[in-house]
Write a protein that binds this ligand. Structure first.
Ligand SMILES: Nc1ncnc2c1ncn2[C@@H]1O[C@H](COP(=O)(O)OP(=O)(O)O)[C@@H](O)[C@H]1O
Ligand SMILES: [Mg+2]
Length: 328
């Protein structure tokens, strides 16, 4: 049975006149990777800050790992790990010291600390960097260290705010792998991102958020399916004959012919209408040379629901938020 590990009801947050989080409700199921996908300023970090007890709830309710964030913040904090949008590392600590220090703060017993640190260094592939000061690490390594630090307390839920922001494509792929691995071992993941491909590739479910509001929550496949416009492109031995054959026999397809083939647009699942198309062509003795079914992309889904594209603006603005133990 699927159980909710996070339940949010009618959560709101205002900064003065600005409604940063506007009456959002959603559930995150135990064991899933759940993403907030939205542009800069959508309210993603504010929501994370509320769910992780770093900001006080003004209105609405949030239950995280069975505990109310407003009344039982200590229990919430014991159940979660956080990786912030902006780097928060002590530059003069080594990789191992960073984890050690975090474990001490959270009262992980010494023996346990040692064991977990070894485990985590392996998971995020930083074993060979254990004695390197964080200021000498690459961006991707720093991110992996922050993820490991978030896992020091063996949390039930890991919050990742824009986990791959500003990283190069290869490093991003690597981080995705780590996130999947952590999730496979049983940790529920709540992540925010403004990258379509990240949400698409990692998430079991995505909530599209814009201007503080959740517009839709669905699996990536269902989001694309909900647009219901699969495009089938075919090329046959006789495109002219094939076009009139299809026009006369397939009433729920929009059909057009061009120099490089025939384009069929269906409101249904493209792969479900393919067999009847193939049968028709076969029966008329028309050779099929190639077929291509294109699903709507998540970009198209996003535009459909929000009326605009996400522009990849620079996101180096500093997020105001509490900062534990930072020394620069
Ligand atoms: N501490 C703050 N004081 C005032 N406004 C803030 C503060 N933090 C965030 N905001 C504003 O709230 C809105 C949501 O911000 P944020 O949650 O950081 O969005 P996101 O993480 O999706 O980019 C933005 O308009 C942002 O400028
Ligand atoms: Mg943010």
């Amino acid at each position: 049975m699927e159980r909710a590990i996070i339940t949010v009801r009618n959560l709101e947050h205002r900064f003065g006149d600005l409604q940063a989080v506007d009456d959002i409700s959603f559930e995150v199921l135990q064991g899933e990777i759940f993403s907030f996908l939205g542009p800069n300023g959508a309210g993603k970090s504010t929501t994370i800050n509320l769910l992780t007890t770093l900001m006080k709830v003004q209105k609405g309710e949030a239950i995280v790992a069975g505990h109310n964030v407003a009344t039982d913040s200590r229990s919430v904090r014991r159940s979660i790990g956080i990786v912030f949008q902006n780097e928060v590392l002590d530059r003069d600590l080594t990789v191992r010291e960073t984890l050690e220090f975090h474990g001490m703060i959270y009262q992980v017993p010494r023996e346990k600390r040692r064991e977990i640190i070894e485990d985590l260094l392996e998971i995020v592939d930083l074993g060979s960097k254990r004695n390197v000061r964080t200021k000498y690490l690459s961006g991707g390594m720093k991110r992996r260290l922050e993820i490991a630090r978030g896992l020091m307390t063996r949390p039930k839920i890991l919050f990742l705010d824009e986990p791959t922001i500003g990283l190069d494509p290869q490093t991003r792929l690597k981080i995705w792998e780590h996130i999947r691995e952590i999730n496979d071992s049983g940790t529920t993941i709540f992540l925010t991102t403004h990258y379509m491909d990240e949400a698409d590739n990692l998430s079991d479910r995505i909530a599209i958020i814009d201007n503080g509001k959740i517009i839709v929550t669905e699996t990536p496949d269902n989001l694309k399916q909900s647009l219901g416009r699969d495009v089938i492109r075919i090329n046959t031995g006789d495109n002219r004959a094939a076009t009139s054959l299809l026009k006369n026999n397939s009433h729920d397809l929009s059909i057009s012919r061009s120099d490089d083939g025939i384009t069929l647009i269906t409101e249904k699942d493209g792969s479900s209408v393919l067999p009847s198309i193939l049968n028709l062509l076969n029966g008329a003795g028309i050779d099929l040379l190639n077929v291509d079914v294109k699903k709507p992309t998540l970009d198209e889904v996003f535009v459909h629901y929000t009326g605009r594209e996400i522009r990849d603006e620079p996101t180096d603005k500093v997020q105001p938020r509490p900062r534990p133990h930072r020394r620069r």
